[in-house]
Design a protein around this ligand. Structure first.
Ligand SMILES: *[C@@H]1O[C@H](CO)[C@@H](O)[C@H](O)[C@H]1NC(C)=O
Ligand SMILES: *[C@@H]1O[C@H](CO)[C@@H](O)[C@H](O)[C@H]1NC(C)=O
Ligand SMILES: *[C@@H]1O[C@H](CO)[C@@H](O)[C@H](O)[C@H]1NC(C)=O
Ligand SMILES: CC(=O)N[C@H]1CO[C@H](CO)[C@@H](O)[C@@H]1O
Length: 394
């Protein structure tokens, strides 16, 4: 071979090696590729609630210990973001609609909720992120905010899922939700994932997973988002003022949480990390901190003590497999992020991060959501493709 060709060959190899070292190796690490088997932590006293399948986003009502779920079934969930055409087909062949339910661990009772005021999930392809917020002036009343991916319109469908955010009101202990408003703003509510509502029933923040509704571009959008430039966003809507984007340029957003004091936490799926935001002018969110995590993250929740619980994927590829194959046993883990109260906080260590619970894929399958009931010492977990809900006494 002429030496210029050899040089060129070496150059290409070196470039590939550099690309691997800088971009690919760190991601494979986050995806748990180099880790051994997942060891169980905190799983001593757990049980399954088999009646609740493929539930997404569990929300704890702290006063009663009741957990609210947005649920479905494996048929409805399989490949929910594959293509608008798939979504239309799935909906035509389903035998059950997506639904909301409550579970009370003290009585072990599952209750399916109904809707009034003309709302149904008949044109829903998937229910997704949800928030349940007590009305600040009347704690017997709850606001429910729900991400509703509606079946795409058109034949053939052109524009991806027709996603909106719904607002409902209900009484604590009642089994029916009164529909109040559909927020339909495709320019801002693009590919919504999680939603966090305000206690006055007037506004909410939500995450957009990617920047486009067109799922044909989704895998590309993810990787562009992780390696080149984040294009996911956080949006804000107000019942009188409409919607806007509150933070942009973010990589593969997932869970969002706040205790309502102006500090917000955002999870990133494909490159991990919890981003911390403060509310700025005009409801914008300003990035103030990024806390790297060992694994990619999913949904977030905050317990009564202010600790953030972040569902994590110790084996990302096992989870991706489970998205289409419910028999795949993806392991689960949860990170707990708490304010550092130790002496070292004066040296800039603002947070402590640990893994209080993880499981090898027997008791919990690919958990995407955790809620911690600090009063009753319970941890509740489920996943978008999990065939049951898992409840653990800690
Ligand atoms: C509480 O609920 C009532 C009735 O729905 C509503 O008029 C009021 O604005 C709510 N207040 C707050 C602060 O959420
Ligand atoms: C909100 O509360 C968290 C702890 O729960 C704290 O770390 C944060 O600094 C608080 N934010 C503001 C703006 O006070
Ligand atoms: C997971 O852990 C349980 C309990 O320790 C054990 O019985 C089971 O064999 C483990 N499964 C795998 C796949 O490692
Ligand atoms: C509400 C929310 O953030 N849901 C996410 C939880 O996990 C699944 C699995 O990755 C995501 O698809 C959801 O978007």
């Amino acid at each position: 071979m002429p030496s210029t060709l050899v040089n060129l060959f070496i150059l290409i190899l070196a470039a590939l090696g550099g690309f691997y070292q800088i971009y690919i190796h760190p991601l494979l690490k986050i995806y748990g590729v180099f880790d051994g088997q997942v060891q169980n932590i905190g799983t001593r006293d757990c049980y399954k609630v088999e009646e609740l399948q493929t539930c997404e986003k569990a929300v704890l009502h702290q006063a009663t210990g009741v957990i609210y779920f947005a649920c479905s079934n494996p048929h409805n969930r399989a490949g929910i973001f594959n293509s608008p055409h798939d979504a239309q087909k799935r909906v035509q062949t389903r035998t059950e609609l997506d639904y909301l339910a409550t579970y009370d661990p003290s009585t072990k009772k599952v209750t399916r909720l109904s809707f009034t005021n003309g709302f149904t999930t008949e044109d829903t392809s998937a229910v997704h992120g949800m928030d349940v917020v007590p009305n600040s002036s009347d704690p017997k009343k709850l606001w429910i905010y729900l991400v509703n991916h509606r079946v795409p319109k058109g034949d053939p469908p052109l524009n991806g899922l027709d996603s909106v955010i719904e607002l409902f009101e209900m009484e604590v202990g009642s089994t029916s939700l009164t529909h109040i408003k559909t927020f339909d703003y495709p320019e801002y509510i693009i590919h919504p994932n999680d939603v966090v509502g305000s206690p006055d029933g007037k506004s909410f923040y939500f995450t957009n997973h990617v920047y486009t509704r067109t799922p044909q571009n989704e895998i590309f959008a993810y990787f562009h988002s992780v390696i080149v430039k984040g294009r996911a966003s956080i949006g804000y809507c107000h019942i009188d003022k409409g919607c806007k984007l509150a933070a942009t340029g973010l990589p593969a957003n997932n869970g969002l949480a706040s205790t309502g004091n102006g500090t917000w936490y955002l999870a990133s799926t494909f490159n991990g990390g919890i981003r911390v935001f403060e509310e700025g002018n005009d409801n914008d969110l300003v990035l103030v901190d990024t806390i790297p995590t060992k694994y990619g993250l999913d949904n977030l929740s905050i317990d009564k003590n202010g600790a953030v619980w972040a569902a994590a994927f110790p084996k990302m590829f096992a989870l991706l497999k489970q998205m289409t194959d419910i028999d795949a046993h993806a392991p689960s883990a949860v990170f707990r992020l708490a304010a550092n109260t130790g002496a070292d906080k004066f040296y800039g260590k603002k947070y402590v991060l640990d893994i209080p619970w993880q499981e090898n894929g027997t008791l919990a399958l690919g958990s995407t959501t955790f809620v911690h009931d600090a009063d009753r010492k319970r941890l509740i977990t489920t996943g978008i493709m999990a065939p049951w809900v898992t409840v653990c006494n800690l």
